[in-house]
Each structure stands twice: as structure tokens, then as C-alpha cells.
Design a protein around this ligand. Structure first.
Ligand code: NCD
Length: 333
């Protein structure tokens, strides 16, 4: 794999490999000295045209823990606000010798353009493009699911037999799209739960079930007992019309609160990619409950992005001895 643009770029073996390497990376992050020499001399550029807190910081931490040089580029305060095009920005990065470009853009397809236009030689990683995809978020969610539902030592395992509900603003969510693709690849069953106005046209062709009935799904009446429920942020900034009558009505029908939490099987976990609208899609009791993995998802994000950077950049330079996982074993004993 040269780039990571979509969760669909990974087949089952490729996805499990990322999760296995991430588990090794996570183990190194328990050590007193967290930095590994693996990507010394390589340059990773964080190219963020859209606001972000955790994803940008997470990629920065991941690259730095692997000893890469990191250049942070945010559109605000750069020449982009003077009208510079994606192409000219890319040519500048290429001239600076970027080995990997992590890109977030409000336009769906921007990372794809960057990867295929021939402007840059480095690996392109999609860190969220419009309402399209966010593959590293899906990988860190899969990593979190595997840890909790399969076990700490789940090397080689996928998510076969697990059932995950993804709830809320599916229409505007790149997290939902990437998760449906990756969870399907990993053998899990997915049910999307949303009001009809917040489900995309054509969702019937996605490899998942859909429902408008959150209580029924949580109680296991629709897709069987759940192993996890993933709440999505209501993306007000992408809404140019009224998609639901009021905030109150939305949380009454689709918000996860203490009562709904009790409908879940005891082992099921509660996820959210962040940032949360507390009191809208998720109540404080649900967000802070012992079954919430929301904070853990953030720390798992660093290990997963270390794995992605490692696998892409080691493949780019040609593995010295066998497949990337073998090198990972040598580098991360
Ligand atoms: C998500 C995003 O930006 O796509 N956040 C994230 O990366 N952690 C989800 C969101 O903004 O709701």
C-alpha cells in the first residue's frame, strides 16, 4: 500500500496487520521512554485545511514518537488564505522533501487528488475529507473494539461475530462511512441508526443494516444483542437546512442517556470519535460511564497512527528484511 485514502484500501489481512502493529506500538507507549528511532530522518507534513484538535495532535505525537521530523501546516494564517491552490501547496511540500503528507480537507476527494495528480512523491494519508472518509479513525475504533471485545492479546484476530450500532448524523459523517467499510471487512455486523433525514441516499447499498429505532436496536430487537454502540456528533457546521425539529427532540429520539445505557448488554462499550456535543447526542452520564471508551480511543489513536506511518513509510523505502510486520518485530521487540 502506497497511500491510505479510504478504509476500502485495506483488505482483511491488511487491516489486521495494521491492528497487530498498532498493538506493538501501544506496548512501547507504556515504557518510560516512548520514542523509537524508526523514522529518523523522515519528514511528515500535517496539512490541515479544516479545524481539528485530536486528529492533528495525534498524528503529530505519532510521527514524533517514531522520531520523524514534523511540519505542521494549517490553512489559516498560510498562503492558502491568500488563494494558493492545493497544487501549489503540494509543490511547496514536495520541494521541502515530505515523505508523508497527512491531509484533512473540507472537500471530499482532496487527498485522492493529492495522491494521484503526481504533484508529490510521498505517501498520502487521509485524515478526513469532507463528508467522505476518515480511515485512521475507523482503524483506531477497530483497535479499541478488538481490545475490549476480543482481548488484550488479540493478535491476528478480526471482529467476526461482533455487532456494532453507529448512531446519529450518518449523512455528514466520514467516520460512519469509513467505519462501515472497515467493520464489514473485519467481519463485524453494523447497524446504522438515524432519523431518515440523516441517512444518505443510497445507504441501502452499504454493507450494513439501517434502523430509525434506537431503543429497539439497543435492546437487541433489531440486529440482535449489541457489543458496542458508537455515537456520532451532530455536525451543525455541515447543515444548511433543518434536519430535525429541535435539539430537544433529537436527544429525546436519538441521544444516548442513562436510561438507554441500561438497555445495552452488560459487556457492551460506548464509543464516540469526539468532539462531543454533551447533552445532544450523548448525555454526561453516558459519556463518563465506566463502559465509555471515549478517552481510550484518543490514546489508541496515537498507536494506530504510528502503525500506519510505519507501514507506509517502511513500504516506500522497500523493506530491508521481509514483510513490514517482521521489521516491526525487530524494531519494536
Ligand atoms: C471526527 C472528524 O473530524 O471527522 N472527529 C475526529 O476526527 N476525531 C468526527 C467529528 O468531527 O464529528
Amino acid at each position: 500500500m502506497r497511500h491510505l485514502l479510504s478504509a476500502a484500501d485495506l483488505d482483511r489481512a491488511g487491516a489486521v496487520e495494521v491492528l497487530d502493529v498498532a498493538a506493538r506500538m501501544a506496548a512501547t507507549q507504556q515504557r518510560e521512554i516512548k520514542k523509537l528511532p524508526t523514522l529518523r530522518g523522515r519528514t511528515v507534513v500535517n496539512l490541515f485545511f479544516e479545524d481539528s484538535t485530536r486528529t492533528r495532535i495525534s498524528f503529530e505525537a505519532a510521527a514524533k514518537r517514531l522520531s520523524a521530523d514534523v511540519i505542521n501546516f494549517t490553512a489559516r494564517g498560510s498562503s492558502v488564505s491568500k488563494g494558493e491552490s492545493l497544487k501549489d501547496t503540494a509543490l511547496t511540500l514536495e520541494a521541502m522533501g515530505a515523505d508523508a503528507v497527512v491531509v484533512r480537507h473540507s472537500a471530499s476527494g482532496a487527498p485522492h487528488r493529492l495522491a494521484t495528480a503526481g504533484w508529490i512523491r510521498g505517501a498520502v494519508i487521509n485524515a478526513g475529507d469532507g463528508t467522505h472518509e476518515h480511515p485512521t479513525q475507523a482503524l483506531l475504533d477497530a483497535f479499541t473494539l478488538r481490545r475490549h471485545l476480543v482481548g488484550e492479546d488479540a493478535s491476528g484476530a478480526d471482529l467476526a461475530g461482533q455487532t456494532v450500532a453507529i448512531v446519529g448524523d450518518v449523512l455528514h459523517s466520514r467516520v460512519a462511512r469509513s467505519n462501515v467499510l472497515l467493520l464489514h471487512t473485519l467481519g463485524a455486523r453494523v447497524v446504522l441508526v438515524a432519523p431518515p433525514t440523516l441517512l444518505p441516499v443510497g445507504v441501502g447499498r452499504w454493507p450494513c443494516a439501517t434502523s430509525y429505532d434506537l431503543d429497539g436496536v439497543l435492546a437487541g430487537d433489531v440486529a440482535g444483542p449489541l457489543d458496542a454502540v458508537m455515537m456520532l456528533r451532530v455536525q451543525g457546521e455541515r447543515m444548511n437546512a433543518a434536519y430535525f425539529p429541535s435539539r430537544r427532540e433529537y436527544s429525546r429520539r436519538y441521544g444516548l442517556d442513562a436510561r438507554r445505557l441500561r438497555l445495552l448488554p452488560p459487556h457492551a462499550i460506548v464509543m464516540h470519535p469526539g468532539p462531543m456535543n454533551r447533552g445532544l447526542e450523548i448525555s454526561a452520564e453516558a459519556a463518563d460511564s465506566p463502559r465509555s471508551t471515549i478517552v481510550e480511543q484518543v490514546s489508541n489513536g496515537v498507536a494506530v497512527r504510528m502503525a500506519v506511518l510505519f507501514l507506509l513509510l517502511s513500504a516506500a523505502s522497500g523493506p530491508a528484511s521481509g514483510p513490514a510486520t517482521e521489521i516491526a518485530k525487530e524494531i519494536v521487540p
